[in-house]
Each structure stands twice: as structure tokens, then as C-alpha cells.
Ligand binder design. Structure first.
Ligand code: ADP
Length: 397
């Protein structure tokens, strides 16, 4: 099975897709990604012949789609739409059986074979336990499986899906993506519009990245991942998961604050929001694998690190003080203090003596002092600008 698009333009009154060309074949699991309005759904509709190309040609196994009948095409291409709606409360098995329609003659009733194929489709998707239920009473994830089963009952060579995981919780998203991956492995060409870039990067074998009705990049995830940065309006950081070897992106929205050199004393995620808002800076002391350490690491902040789950050593503390000397401003995040990180409070006191401290003073120190009053004593000696939250801290820079 081979799908070929050659210089396809398509759309509604206005042209949306402009000069789209690509080839795909059985076994591919292609994710179409791109910002809203970039033409992803229009591309899917054009391949399904719901929209006719204004220019260009689409071939399925060498046949020009424009010359194929709806029934002929429905034996090859099945579509899972974004919203499945029906006014009638069908039983699950009846909905799946509808997938057989293109294979039946005009007045032909379903045969034993059609029922077998229907059951097989439900088993493949894992929804046979829903037999007998009305589709109106299904959860979003269950309904999505039933609609995919209906598409599979069509025995398609090409399966098109428009945001099959939208509105599903993460477990169901992964389940559906795994299922699509398996279908592709079994020889179906799967093409899906995927809203979540990271989901697409994890599961698809190929990605089509769209912007303004054009294909900006096409290829394996690792081949298009850099282009993602340019296409979305938000900044993203591209990282490789060291365990799976797959890429993922970390969106870094938010306005960036100037060039001032800022050092953050934080931990346990208390500094993440600050780091995301800053162009660059340094942090310390953080234990390796602490949430803030991970964020700082992904954002390329300079980090004074300590071994995981270990108290701050004198050596790390000294290095932290050096960074504080170099910084223009030091922000102390709203962190709890134990004996393990009390040195970070001493470091804040040092910054306070240097006249460059901002303190995020949201939680009363009594509630986050786990040192029998030692932290409170140090904290009360802090001088500087006390603010209530991260936004205030940023705007006072
Ligand atoms: P995406 O799926 O990437 O969000 P779409 O393919 O849905 O993008 O839309 C691309 C463009 O086509 C948008 O500008 C949208 O407004 C327009 N569009 C989508 N559907 C229709 C329609 N039925 N009639 C007219 N214009 C449409």
C-alpha cells in the first residue's frame, strides 16, 4: 500500500493547503502536527476525499483517488472523525458493524463473516467487553475505542484519525497510541492528527509538521524535532529521554526578563516558575534529581549541585557563595528548611548582607522551619525586598 500526494492544493472557499507533496506506505504511523489552523484536519479530509483537491493528484496504490468511487475508496480508507455524534442510541456492536457497510451489496445483509470481522475488530481494540452497552453511556475513552473498532471493521489499508486522543486522560492516550502503533506494525498505514507534540514524538514513526497550509518538515521524529522550535509560537526546548532514547519538547512560554544576572536559591519545584520566566541565570545549591535541578538542567541554568538526598557540603556552599557574589540579584524562593539545606539560608543571608536579596515570603517561616527554630532565627535576620509571589519578584527586577 502506497499513498502519494503530488502538489495537492485544497481548502474551502479559501485555499488552505498549498502544494502538498509526500509519500507514505504500509507500516508507517504518521503524526500530523502543527499549530491550530495550520491545515491538519484539512489535509486529513483531503486524503479521505471529503474535500476534493483544487490542484494536484492523490494516488492510492497507483490509482488516482479522484477516479475512484466512494464505495471503492471506503474499502481502502477508514476515517475516525474528531467528534462522533449520533441521534440514535445504538448498541456498541451495531456501531462497529456499520464499518462493514462498504463491503455489502446494496440490499445485502451482513453475513457470518461480517460478524466475525466485527468481533475481531473489537478484540483488536479491546472493547469486546462493551458488547450490549449503549454508546450513549460510554466514557470518552470507551467511545473512542468503539469508533476505532468500527473503522477497523472496514478492513482499511489506510486509517485516518483526527485527534484520536483529544479529551482522553493520559492512560487512555497512551493506550490508543500503542494500539495505533500496533496497527501500523501489522501493515496498516496509520495517519493521525495529533495535538500533543510529545505524544506524537513518542509513538509515531514519522511526523508531518505543518504551518500555514504547508509542510514545513517531514521525517522521523529526530529529523523534524528541531523544526518544531521554529513552527510553534512558543519557545520549546528539545531534549532526549535518556531511558527511552525518544525526544520530547519542553515548552518555555512566558516573557523573558532582560540580561540581569540572577541567582535563585530554591528546591523541590519552588524555583521552576522563576526559572521559566528568566532568560538565564544560576541556581544553587540543589540536590541532583530535585525537581528544580531537573528544570534548571533542561533550561541550561548554571547549577551548583549536591549529590541526591545529601546535605549541602561546605564545598558546594562555597561555590554557591561565589555565584552569589557574581549575581546582580539573588532570589530566595518559598522553600522549607531542614538541616540538610540550612546552608542555603546562610547563603541568602550572605546575599542580604551584599544588598541584593529578594525574598519570596508566601508561607510563614514558622510553617517551613524544620530545624527547631534555627531557620527562623536566620530568616529574621534577612534584609532585602520581601514579596508575596514569583510575579512580584520578577516585576521588581
Ligand atoms: P488545523 O486542523 O490545523 O487546526 P484546519 O485544517 O482545521 O486546521 O483549518 C485550516 C484553515 O481552514 C483555518 O484557517 C480554518 O479556519 C479553515 N477552515 C477549516 N474548516 C473550514 C470550513 N469548513 N470552511 C471554511 N474554512 C475552514
Amino acid at each position: 500500500m502506497r499513498l502519494i500526494l503530488k502538489h495537492v492544493s485544497s481548502g474551502y472557499i479559501e485555499e488552505v493547503l498549498k502544494d502538498i507533496s509526500f509519500e507514505a506506505e504500509a507500516g508507517d504511523f504518521i503524526g500530523i502536527i502543527g499549530p491550530n489552523g495550520s491545515g491538519k484536519t484539512t489535509l486529513l479530509r483531503t486524503i479521505a476525499k471529503i474535500l476534493m483537491p483544487k490542484r494536484g493528484v492523490i494516488y492510492v496504490d497507483g490509482k488516482n483517488v479522484a477516479e475512484m468511487s466512494v464505495r471503492e475508496l471506503a474499502k481502502i480508507i477508514a476515517v475516525v472523525p474528531q467528534n462522533f455524534q449520533t441521534n440514535f442510541d445504538f448498541k456498541v456492536e451495531d456501531v462497529v458493524l456499520m464499518g462493514r457497510t462498504p463491503h455489502l451489496g446494496r440490499f445485502e445483509l451482513e453475513s457470518e463473516r461480517d460478524f466475525e470481522i466485527t468481533l475481531k475488530a473489537m478484540r483488536t481494540v479491546g472493547c469486546e467487553s462493551l458488547i450490549g452497552r449503549s454508546i450513549g453511556e460510554l466514557s470518552g475513552g470507551e467511545l473512542q475505542k468503539v469508533i476505532i473498532a468500527r473503522a477497523l471493521a472496514q478492513e482499511p489499508k489506510i486509517l485516518l484519525l483526527d485527534e484520536p486522543t483529544a479529551h482522553l486522560d493520559i492512560n487512555h492516550q497512551i493506550e490508543i497510541m500503542n494500539l495505533l502503533r500496533k496497527l501500523a506494525d501489522s501493515g496498516v498505514l496509520v495517519i493521525a492528527v495529533i495535538h500533543d507534540v510529545n505524544l506524537a514524538l513518542q509513538f509515531c514513526s514519522k511526523l508531518i509538521l505543518m504551518k500555514d497550509g504547508k509542510i514545513v518538515a517531514i521525517g522521523k521524529p529526530e529529523e523534524v524535532v528541531e523544526a518544531i522550535r521554529d513552527v510553534f509560537d512558543i519557545d520549546v526546548i528539545v531534549r532526549k529521554n535518556p531511558i527511552t532514547g525518544k525526544f520530547y519538547v519542553l515548552p518555555v512560554k512566558l516573557e523573558k526578563v532582560g540580561n540581569s544576572k540572577i541567582h535563585i536559591i530554591c528546591g523541590g519545584g519552588s524555583g521552576a516558575k522563576l526559572m521559566l520566566k528568566l532568560e538565564r541565570g544560576s541556581v544553587g545549591v540543589l540536590n541532583i534529581l530535585d525537581t528544580d535541578w531537573e528544570v534548571a538542567n533542561s533550561l541550561g541554568f548554571e547549577i551548583i549541585s549536591e549529590a541526591p538526598f545529601s546535605p549541602i557540603s561546605d564545598e558546594a556552599h562555597e561555590r554557591n557563595l561565589k555565584l552569589i557574589e557574581k549575581a546582580e540579584t539573588v532570589i530566595l524562593a518559598d522553600i522549607p528548611f531542614g538541616y540538610g539545606n540550612l546552608k542555603n539560608l546562610e547563603a541568602a543571608l550572605y546575599a542580604s548582607d551584599l544588598g541584593k536579596l529578594i525574598v519570596i515570603d508566601r508561607t510563614p517561616i514558622e510553617k517551613r522551619d524544620f530545624t527547631n527554630g534555627r531557620a527562623k532565627e536566620l530568616y529574621c535576620r534577612l534584609k532585602g525586598k520581601f514579596v508575596k509571589n514569583e510575579d512580584e519578584a520578577i516585576s521588581s527586577l
